[in-house]
Design a protein around this ligand. Structure first.
Ligand SMILES: CC[C@@H](C(=O)O)C(=O)SCCNC(=O)CCNC(=O)[C@H](O)C(C)(C)COP(=O)(O)OP(=O)(O)OC[C@H]1O[C@@H](n2cnc3c(N)ncnc32)[C@H](O)[C@@H]1OP(=O)(O)O
Ligand SMILES: [Co+2]
Length: 136
């Protein structure tokens, strides 16, 4: 069911500082900062060729990454995102198996304009998983 690894997300306390490190020390190509208030985060994507890194900084009150950064003030690996061709079918299969789709269980529009959902980390060995419908 899952396809390519679309991105690995890293929560950071300071997005400008993190992006500068990837650019200046790792020689990475840094995308534009995207504030996504509907997701409570500001993101920067880094294209590594075979996948992407998503740097995440909290935005606004009640950010879903706020508690994570309180526990990990220096930042850390936050989630992995896999591509799926049919998100509705994936959700049905996961819920049938007892996995929890976060929020109201319905897809939202993610940073790439595609439908996304998140799966509870306790159901996947302590890893928060994002599924993104890419249609391929
Ligand atoms: C920009 C859009 C999009 C994209 O297109 O790429 C994004 O990536 S947005 C990214 C941010 N959005 C989200 O993360 C949405 C889904 N996340 C959530 O709903 C919450 O973060 C969460 C997973 C429910 C956790 O919320 P939190 O407030 O931290 O709840 P708890 O403290 O109750 O945590 C429960 C449990 O889970 C552990 N946890 C929390 N976050 C993670 C994590 N990132 N990875 C692994 N484990 C995590 C937390 O430690 C608790 O564990 P226990 O203490 O063992 O109960
Ligand atoms: Co993501």
């Amino acid at each position: 069911m899952i396809g390519r690894l679309n991105h690995i997300a890293i929560a950071v306390p300071d997005l400008d500082a993190a992006a500068a490190k990837y650019r200046d020390q790792l020689g990475a190509r840094i995308g534009m900062q995207q504030p996504l208030p509907e997701h409570g985060v500001t993101v920067v994507f880094i294209d590594t060729g075979n996948t992407k890194v998503e740097l995440l900084e909290p935005l606004g009150e009640g950010s879903p990454i706020a508690a994570f950064l309180e526990k990990n003030p220096g930042g850390g690996m936050h989630h992995v995102c896999f591509e799926v061709a049919d998100l509705a079918a994936a959700i049905a299969r996961l819920q049938q198996a007892g996995a929890r789709v976060l929020g109201d269980g319905r897809p939202r529009t993610g940073a790439h304009g595609n439908p996304v959902v998140f799966l509870h980390p306790r159901d996947f060995d302590g890893t928060l998983i994002e599924l993104e419908e890419t249609g391929s």
